[in-house]
Write a protein that binds this ligand. Sequence first.
Ligand code: LMR
Length: 393
Amino acid sequence: MFETLTPQTPDKIIRLMQMFCDDARMGKIDLGVGVWKNAAGQTPVMAAVKDAERRLVETQDSKSYIGLAGDPAFLNAMCGLLLGPDADAGRIAAVGTPGGTGAVRQVLELVRLARPGCTVWISAPTWPNHPALIDTVGLQRRDYRYYDPATGAVDRKGMLADLGALQPGDVVLLHGCCHNPAGADLARTEWEALASVLAERGAVPFVDMAYQGFGAGLDQDAAGLRILAARLPEVLVAASCSKNFGLYRDRVGMAMALCADATARDTVQGTLAWLNRQNFAFPPDHGARVVQTILDDAALCDSWKTELEAMRLAMEANRRALADALRDATRSDRFGFLAAHQGMFSLLGLTPGQVARLRDDHGIYLVDDSRLNIAGLTEATIPVVAEAVAKVL
Ligand code: LMR
């Protein structure tokens, strides 16, 4: 039967991870996949995670199955983190998923069941797995303008003009914060304007929240989502704990739908649980329970927030240092936007040929659209990267 298969196009980020591993050169620099690294270039287990894991080892007395939606205490704690203390629990349907990707997939499957003919609008540019997942699920998609490389900022006018073509029931996929790959986020007024367009057109926002706490702070990063939740009857959310809890390989995520009323909520909750059953049955529990243990314990939560804030500030410092080093190396301000962006990523605005030269000639790995992982930089590598960028320009 396998002779019928044709090779799949590999995801460019995953392919780059492999190329980096296969490169035998000393001094190679990985600015590809979105993984946070400390000043020594390592990705440590967060202290609160270690403590919560120790506690779980001591207290957990069974690993028997839980419900299809996962641990309700995890879901409650995550809803609080995302929506704040005033969230209307009566409107929320939520299930645990294997990571943020699992959450995006389950939400898209929910959309396909509810509105098979709708269009899912994605930002140009976006994370490459967004269009891939939409295509795999079999929904239609369209791009909306989002980022203007000429200004290094959000193309507010272009975005709102494109979204003027939304049809009722269309879905608009948004990056909750720390846009991947652009690094340019919507301001509060832009979220408000977006909420108005969505309300006028009868479209549904789908917020992918993969970096909460990496942008301006935990609550600040959820401000856009909370504006939408307050203004619109239906909101879809995919949340990931890979980055802000450093639980990458443990696969911790949550798919959530805010519904118009309690009756719709019950149907959506049942449908999401059914979708979990069809795809993997029970969501992974260990990492989710670690997150819940942290969020529900004041001391662990303080420790986690302190470490997360230090990670965020380190990324901000890397941004400023790289912008300065590039200004000196290129004698221009063309990379000044880096300091104004948020989160792990920005696009340097290089051509694929220049990105290839960085890799081949200098051992510096960026995604081919010139996305670089700011958190992959260290004090030692920043001047090396700046000099190399100046050389390939
Ligand atoms: C990234 O964009 O690098 C991360 O979100 C990892 C991934 O799964 O692509």
